[in-house]
Design a protein around this ligand. Sequence first.
Ligand code: C2E
Ligand code: MG
Ligand code: MG
Length: 916
Amino acid sequence: MVQCYERMSRVKKWDKVFQSPAKFGGWIYGVYLCVICYVGFEFNTHFKQRSLHQLEQHVSQYQSRLNNQLQRFAHLLYSIEAYQRASSDITPEQFYHLAQSQLAGLELELSLESYAIIERSQVLSLEQKYRSLGFFDFTVRLPNRDSGLFLTTLKAAPVSEFGHLLGSAVAIVDPFIQRIGNNELQAVKWHQAQRWSVVIEQFDMQRPQALRALGIGFQLNHLLEGLFGQLYQTSGHHMHVIANEHLVFSSDWQNQFQLTEKQAGITEEIDFFGTPISMHLYTQAQLTPSLLNNYTLIILAVTLIAAALGFMVLMQVRYLTARHDTINNLVEERTASLAQANQQIQHESNKRLAALQQHIVAERKYKSLFVNSSEGLFVLDKYGVLVDANPAFRSLLLGDAHQNTRLTLSDLMLDGDVAERWQKMVEQLQPHEELEWLAGSGQSRGVWVRQTGSWICHSHEVIYEGRITDITALKLFNEQLKYKAQHDSLTDLLNRQTFLQLVEASRTESPGQFVLLYLDLDRFKLINDTLGHLAGDKLLIEFAARMRELVGGFGDIARLGGDEFAILLDVEKLTAPLELLLEDILAAIRVPFEYQGMAHTVSGSVGVRRFTAPCLNYEAEKLLHDADVAMYEAKKRGKNDYHIFTSAIADEASRRLQVERELQTLDMDQELSLRFQPIYCSFGKNIVGFEALVRWHSPQLGVVSPAEFIPIAEECAQIVKLGQWVFKNAMLFKHQLPDDDLFISINVSPIQLQHKGFMNWLMAQFEDAKYRPSHFKIELTESAMMTEENSLVAPLQKLHGLGFGIYIDDFGTGYSSLSRLNVLPVDGVKIDRAFINGIEGTGKPRQLIEAICAMAKSFNLTVTAEGIEQLAQLQTLSTLYCQQMQGYFMSKPLSGFEALQLLHHQASKNLLNEVS
Ligand code: C2E
Ligand code: MG
Ligand code: MG
């Protein structure tokens, strides 16, 4: 990454260098164009000059060739002239022979010619002369218009056309004469086409004044043909030779190239012995113009190509620059990202380095932890074989014996099932939660361990890293805790919760008959209160031991709380009928137990609930409650007995529950009212007081009898509040009574009297003089008085001391010991209406009431008979020691208003009687 970054940086540097041509490409290209144009131009010039030079060379070459030929003519001519000069007179034959000898063998047809230079005036003389010499048809043919000197052909040899040549004349001009005079060669153009002669002056020794000339005649075109006829074939050139504006020669004899329409490559003016002729040379390039031969075009093309190439290069450079810019941007971006990545990598690597260092430190730590850990650490391979274990593991489970042997964890497990399960987990490499197992090996036995660990993939290998902790102590502790949680600490019996679970299990699991017993010790509270809690505890422990002895072998016994116990029996396991067992249980309870050297006896009440499993309709709680209800019934029926649960009891209990529930939410002012039943004097004539009787009209349950709800209110502690309400309203009624002597009898529950709050409240009601306690009588049922005797003595005495009358209600039903009447501050008794029935006869009821009355008399107690429904009963009682009468015969319980009306009515009746 770092290298890459450096490379990117280098690219960036180059990039600046690379960018400049792109920026200045325009003007560089301009310079480049100028240069190549200049070079092109230079080349063009050079090639032009070179070709010109070549042409010049060619022309001079051709010229020299022509000159050479002419030189030869000149030499020949001069030599002939010299010869002629030497031989003063030469005959025509000699002349002919001379010509033939000198000119023979030449490739060109030449003729040796002799001329006379004459004036027009000399023509005749000359003609005559030559005609005279035998040339009879000699005629001088002068040009018509010219005047001056003429050159006239006199002799010509050896060509056959002499005849024609003789006499031909051309006008000669001054330059000709000058040249001739200077002994220079002079070319003469004859009138015949292409006929030329090269002429020199011929000196005639004999007639020096006569102008004579000697020349060689030839066809110029033939001469040129001989020289340049093959020019095109040899050099590719063509040539035009023009003399006196006439074309004298053309190498393109077929006029193939139409040279006359073309501009000559070079034109060379030649002095042709005094006559100028021009030589026009046409080059190959001119003749067959070809792009390949046209240097200008080639150079132009090359220049253009170079320019185009340059342009392409420029475009390429621009394109590359553009691309380069893109790449550059890319490179910059990449460089930035690389730099960032580099930083990240560095950061990462620093982090990793730190992590590695930490890892190393941690590894060292963990290694030391592994070795020094007090917990057993171990490693298994994927087959569950122990591959490593720390000293703690070895000392806990292995010792030295297994150090070198192949050992799996399941070898250490004492429980075969656990070992099998573990082996399956190993086979499936299955993850697991905490495992607890009992370990045992040759070295260690019965060690409970807790195993945690997991399968991990380490260096392509699956291993198990685990940890074991010795939890033997914890297990024991837990077992103890569990036991404690399930058992009652005092009696070591099962506790309520465990027992309920047991009942629940029996009810739902195995089918069968079961019996649930609910046991309650009668009068246990008394033992506790009188002998103390230690005695109570001892009694409970003793009871538990007896029950264990009796049913422990086949039943489960539990203490539900206080003095309540429960037993679950499987009927199948019973060896005797259930009733016998129940009797035995009651008998075992009754066996006196010793405390501090004294024997104490208690009895028990047992509720029995049978059920058949599976019993899906009732839960364990309900079954136990049913047994409790049955036990309550047994208690109600006199205790020291058992009672088997029936649905009737259940209904009763349910009704009780309903009443109790309604009582909890009782709105007393709305739902309660007081009725007042008049109490009469012994003859039933005058009202002496009223008994306040509470009425409850419940919105849910309707009218509920006090005989039903008072005992329930007593149990659920509502009685205190209710009693206060009754007292308060009775006092209000008392306040309305016209006669101050009339008393109000109020039924009071012993619980009210035992309640300090009630007593204080009651005292407070009588603190002012508005009410006098002597106007109120307190009725306590006989049974209540007897059972709560001790605790009632003090409050009753207090009330009695204040002036309240104390009456024993329902007298005769409570089996009270008459001797106790002395102990209690009682002012009177109210004989229960059960004893009133049948007293009008002479049978047992009569005797019984007489006995009661006699007894009351002996104790000096006021006797009130209640429940008088017939006149006869009233009459009978009037004869006995019975001071007060109460019953429907005289009056039913009345509302306050009715009672007041009754009083009013009675007062007016008494008044009438008195008047009459
Ligand atoms: P009790 O105190 O013995 O009250 C007398 C009961 O006998 C009353 O029933 C009354 O209506 C009834 N009675 C009176 N004369 C006759 C008669 O000639 N024939 C018949 N068959 N019955 C007669 P009640 O009012 O239903 O009261 C029942 C019991 O409820 C009372 O018996 C008393 O123990 C208790 N009770 C009533 N009111 C109160 C109260 O305010 N406080 C407490 N603690 N108990 C009360
Ligand atoms: Mg009463
Ligand atoms: Mg009564």
